[in-house]
Design a protein around this ligand. Structure first.
Ligand SMILES: Cc1ncc(COP(=O)(O)O)c(C=O)c1O
Length: 430
């Protein structure tokens, strides 16, 4: 197909996610990608672009890693799919064992689903079942953080604290209480601790706290210190609430440790993982739980967890996700993160002196900077996007928040090129 044919069909038939379609159809000359390899995307004219956001944070090991491709092909020849309802297969079993090994201590059971949203959706239902089966059905209150993002299904939309995404559905969402997240350099005892403490005082009906560890991603790459996770863990222990940590964005090395919760030494009761979990190859996710949660479902058949998607534990996804863990181990991926993180930090610190920018920040394999009011509907970030595209990098902003979250194993020369491209694009756009 030619580029023009693709664009004609696209504009006629495709409804794009998170895209104002009127403007897209009338004004946008789409980025047509035909191939991807490592940290690069290639467009229909053969031009190469560095994928600054790992294609919505999923290609954590870059695109088309040969070992993942080989694992996928091998598995496709043997068993592409079978339902997991009472059926066992090798990839799902072995992956669950490996996840239990690499997970924060105490997470011993693995429930599979399709993407980040469903991993969280399953967690919500687990929490409600957990309390009901223990004779505490009145505990239905979920607590989330202002500015949080946990996905798209109706249940997890309720957990989201980004007003623009939440408002259209607000009148049908389940009740969730929001507390302010800590500011980046906030220490214990500040407004976030005070708000948490006030809530917990009368918190015996709280079912669960849900949190993105160390960085609120889609809400604008808002970073905070690990002490807050410890405070949440203590609060949950005090009132018997469940702690759900959403590692969908942060897991698999994004913040500098394999799990972000690892840098706080906090074990949640439930951990959700997706995106890099299956190396950007297939939609696949997992909700990891402790025995405490799992055991609550072991009573009568009415207490079973009646939940499961068609592709739950899909052998292709499970086999690739297993290979992702093996690549992390065999290629010592985490050992390369510190140097990459240092370069990202240095570059974003430098960019922080460009007039018109604010709040330059970095954490592990993330660098971010705010423009104007850091508004999601702002256009300044998109001007940087256009400048970067002209220079060979795909930098999709969160409105007026410009950020990078490249593959964890991005080669150093590609990372340096990306950082100087972002800097030049900021200077040109501002
Ligand atoms: C922290 C977090 N949780 C959940 C989700 C939802 O994941 P998915 O888009 O795979 O449904 C996202 C998506 O960006 C996310 O960033």
């Amino acid at each position: 197909m030619t580029r023009d044919e693709i664009v004609a069909l696209d504009k006629r038939y495709v409804w794009h996610p998170y895209t104002p379609m009127r403007r897209y159809i009338d004004e946008v000359d789409p980025f047509v990608v035909v191939r991807a390899e490592g940290p690069y995307l290639f467009d229909a004219d053969g031009r190469r672009y560095i994928d600054a956001n790992s294609s919505w944070w999923v290609a954590g090991l870059g695109h088309g890693h040969p070992r993942l491709v080989a694992a996928l092909a091998d598995q496709a020849r043997t068993l592409a799919h079978v339902s997991l309802a009472g059926v066992a297969h090798g990839p799902a079993s072995r992956l669950a064992e490996r996840l239990a090994e690499v997970a924060p201590p105490g997470l011993t059971k693995v429930f599979y689903s399709d993407d980040g949203s469903t991993a969280l959706e399953a967690a919500i239902k687990m929490v409600l079942g957990y309390h009901r089966h223990r004779g505490d059905a009145g505990r239905r209150r979920f607590v989330s953080l202002g500015g949080a993002f946990h996905g798209e299904t109706l249940g997890v939309t309720a957990l989201g604290g980004v007003e623009l995404f939440r408002r259209p559905f607000a009148d049908v969402l389940m009740r969730v209480d929001f507390i302010p997240p800590p500011a980046r350099d906030e220490a214990p005892g500040g407004p976030a601790s005070v708000a948490l403490e006030a809530l917990v005082e009368n918190g015996r009906d709280i079912a669960a706290f849900v949190v993105e560890p160390l960085v609120q991603a889609a809400g604008g790459m808002r970073m905070y210190s690990p002490w807050y996770l410890e405070a949440l863990r203590r609060a949950c222990d005090r009132i018997g609430a469940i702690l759900i940590i959403d590692e969908v964005f942060t897991g698999y090395g994004r913040t500098g440790t394999f799990w972000a919760s690892g840098s706080a030494n906090v074990s949640p009761d439930i951990l959700c993982t997706a995106k890099s979990f299956s190396g950007g190859m297939l939609p696949m996710a997992a909700t990891l739980v402790s025995d405490k949660v799992f055991d609550a479902f072991l009573g009568s058949p009415e207490q079973a967890f009646y939940y499961g998607h068609s592709f739950c534990g899909n052998p292709l996804g499970a086999r690739v996700a297993l290979e992702v863990l093996d690549v992390f181990r065999d290629e010592r991926v985490m050992e390369g993160v510190a140097e990459r993180a240092r370069r990202i930090d240095a570059a974003f610190t430098r960019m922080g002196s460009i007039a018109g920018t604010r709040n330059a920040r970095a954490l592990g394999m993330i660098g971010a900077i705010d423009l104007a009011d850091a508004d999601y509907l702002g256009r300044a970030g998109w001007r940087v996007h256009e400048e970067a595209r002209r220079r060979g990098a795909y930098v999709r902003p969160l409105g007026d928040v410009v950020y990078i979250a490249p593959p964890i194993n991005i080669p150093l020369d590609a990372l340096d090129e990306l950082l100087s491209t972002v800097e030049a694009s900021l200077r040109a756009a501002l």
